[in-house]
Design a protein around this ligand. Structure first.
Ligand SMILES: [Fe+2]
Length: 167
């Protein structure tokens, strides 16, 4: 893919073209294929849940959308791969800013959200909590009902209680 290096600092919401370039990059490194349970359709649903939660959580929309695209991109298989979060966080060190630029605060939030998204913990940090909740709300694709107990945000808990209102 042609490299896109454009800073997103001081932009509340990233452009669709900018995000499409990052999605292309994520697909270029993703090993599990377009039909993977952890693949692009999951990324899309995580984004939708994330944007919905962000309406009330106050999360940074850029971080939420980047999380959706990148958090599972370094999975090596659809099976047990507990290190895919830390692996994707390390990838960020390599691709920011060679593939895309991001201001320092957002970079650190995104990196932490990605590195720890498999840890099972919850957080009071609104942007990271929004990212984790959005991912966990899509667990229904694996036949598991999302639980409010594993949600960090009030909106995440509400959506979990409603049992997949977006599906
Ligand atoms: Fe995920």
């Amino acid at each position: 893919m042609r490299k896109r290096v454009r800073t997103i600092a001081n932009v509340k919401s990233p452009s669709e073209v900018w995000l499409a370039g990052i999605r292309d990059y994520a697909m270029s490194v993703f090993r599990c294929g377009a039909d993977s349970i952890h693949g692009p359709r999951h990324w899309q649903r995580v984004e939708a849940f994330g944007l919905r939660i962000a309406e009330s959580s106050g999360a940074d929309l850029t971080v939420v959308r980047l999380f959706a695209l990148l958090h599972d991109s370094c999975r090596q298989s659809d099976g047990h791969d507990i290190d895919h979060g830390p692996r994707a966080a390390e990838m960020l060190d390599r691709i920011v800013p060679s593939v895309f630029a991001l201001d320092r605060d957002r970079f650190e939030l995104l990196k932490q959200a990605i590195r720890l998204h498999t840890s099972g913990q919850t957080t009071g940090e609104p942007t990271i909590g929004t990212c984790w909740d959005a991912d966990r709300l899509d667990i229904g694709r694996a036949g598991i009902t999302p639980s409010a107990d594993y949600m960090s945000t009030a909106a995440g808990k509400e959506i979990a209680a409603l049992n997949h209102p977006l599906s």
